[in-house]
Design a protein around this ligand. Sequence first.
Ligand code: HEC
Length: 136
Amino acid sequence: MSLDRNGFLIAVIVFLAAAGLAVGFYFVGTGDPDPAPFRNVPGDPVAGRIALERIGCGSCHAIDGVRVGGGRVGPALNDLRQQRYIAGRLPNTPDNVVRFILDPQGVSPGSAMPDLRVVDAEARNMVAYLYTLGGR
Ligand code: HEC
């Protein structure tokens, strides 16, 4: 006994459907495994590290690779890339970190972080550096 033509077609369709589901679940299951998408943001990370040292961000923040400082006034910035929010106020994106550095009081009134009169390009370099830190 062998499968008739319809039986064969049904078997093929069932097989393709199962394969499709398996492939679908594979992609859904793995999804985007990286919750921290900001790996390479515009800016010069080396210049950023130097600026972080020169301006003295380290006097209040622990920042890996920044030799000057290790302060504990503000939070350590080593896992910034993994955070959902910046200063508990803005969704974590490179632009929003820049915004906060340029105007901490404007973003977060009453924040203990002072306005250090960082210029835009410098803030962008700092953010490029900060996003190189952290696991994964
Ligand atoms: C006088 C201390 C002080 C200095 C100097 C300082 N910060 Fe801050 N910073 C803080 C404090 C306190 C907070 C937390 C308060 C807040 O989130 O509003 C903070 C928050 C931050 C955050 C958000 C952190 C988070 O986990 O959401 C970033 C980013 C940041 N600072 C970057 C910088 C950079 C870059 C510099 C140098 C240009 C700098 N800070 C200099 C005190 C400081």
